[in-house]
Design a protein around this ligand. Structure first.
Ligand SMILES: [Ca+2]
Length: 221
C-alpha cells in the first residue's frame, strides 16, 4: 500500500557529487503521484543518469524535489506537505524530496515561530486516530504554549479545515497545562464533547466536540 521508502540518500549523494551544499540536504526517495510534481517553478531536462538529475536539482535553490523516470529529469519546487500519506499505485513516479536543513524540524514538520515543529494532517481522523498518526510521525497532537501563534500560522497559510489539538476538556493539554479561557471561542467550552479542536470559523480558537467527529489534526514534534 504505502510506497514509503525512507531512504536517506545524503551519504550517497555526498560521496557521488562531492559538493559541500549536498551536506545540507537530506533527500528521501518516495513514489509520488505525477500530478503532485507540478510546482510553481518546474524544469524538465533530458539527462542520462539519476545522479545528473540530482546534481541539477541541487544547483537550483528553488528545487525541493527531483524525479527521474529513466529518461527525463523533472525538477520542481513542490513541497510535499504530507509525504507520508499513501500514494495511489497508478501514475506514480520515483522522486526524491528534500528539506533544507536550515529548519531544525524533521520531515514532514515545518518550523512555526513561537510554536515549534508543526505538521498539519491532510485527512480527517477521530481525535485518537489523529493522535496515533502524529505519534507515528515522531510527535503528538500539538500542545502550543501560544495558541494564537499557531492560529496565526494556520490563517496565514490559508488552511480551511478544522483541526484537533492535544487537549481534552476533562484533563487539559496533554503536557499537563490547563487550557486558558482566552484560547476558547467565547461560547466554548459548551460541553458537546471531551476533545478539543481549532475552529476555522472563529480564527482557529478552541472549542470542544465529540471525539469521534472527523477532523484533521495539528501534529507537533
Ligand atoms: Ca462545543
Amino acid at each position: 500500500m504505502a510506497h514509503i521508502v525512507v531512504l536517506l540518500l545524503t551519504a550517497l549523494l555526498s560521496s557521488e557529487l562531492g559538493g559541500a551544499a549536498v551536506i545540507d540536504l537530506t533527500w528521501s526517495l518516495r513514489k509520488v503521484r505525477a500530478t503532485r510534481v507540478n510546482g510553481t517553478t518546474t524544469e524538465k531536462l533530458q539527462l542520462p543518469w539519476k545522479m545528473d538529475c540530482a546534481a541539477s536539482g541541487l544547483n537550483r535553490d528553488w528545487c525541493n524535489m527531483f524525479c527521474f523516470d529513466g529518461i527525463t529529469c523533472h525538477l520542481t519546487d513542490t513541497i510535499l506537505v504530507d509525504p507520508f500519506e499513501e500514494e495511489d499505485d497508478v501514475g506514480t513516479i520515483d522522486c526524491w524530496t528534500s528539506r533544507r536543513r536550515t529548519s531544525p524540524c524533521p520531515v514532514p514538520y515545518e518550523q512555526v515561530p513561537n510554536v515549534g515543529c508543526v505538521n498539519l494532517l491532510e485527512k480527517n481522523y477521530t481525535w485518537s486516530d489523529a493522535r496515533s498518526v502524529c505519534q507515528k510521525r515522531g510527535g503528538d497532537l500539538a500542545t502550543p504554549v501560544s495558541l494564537h501563534a499557531l492560529a496565526d500560522y494556520m490563517i496565514g497559510i490559508g488552511v480551511t479545515a478544522e483541526y484537533w489539538v492535544g487537549a481534552l476538556i476533562s484533563s487539559g493539554w496533554l503536557d499537563g497545562r490547563s487550557i486558558n479561557a482566552s484560547d476558547f471561542v467565547s461560547f466554548e467550552p459548551d460541553y458537546t464533547g471531551d476533545c478539543v479542536r481549532m475552529k476555522r470559523s472563529y480564527n482557529y480558537l478552541l472549542g470542544d466536540t465529540d471525539c469521534t467527529n472527523p477532523k484533521r489534526g495539528v501534529c507537533e514534534y
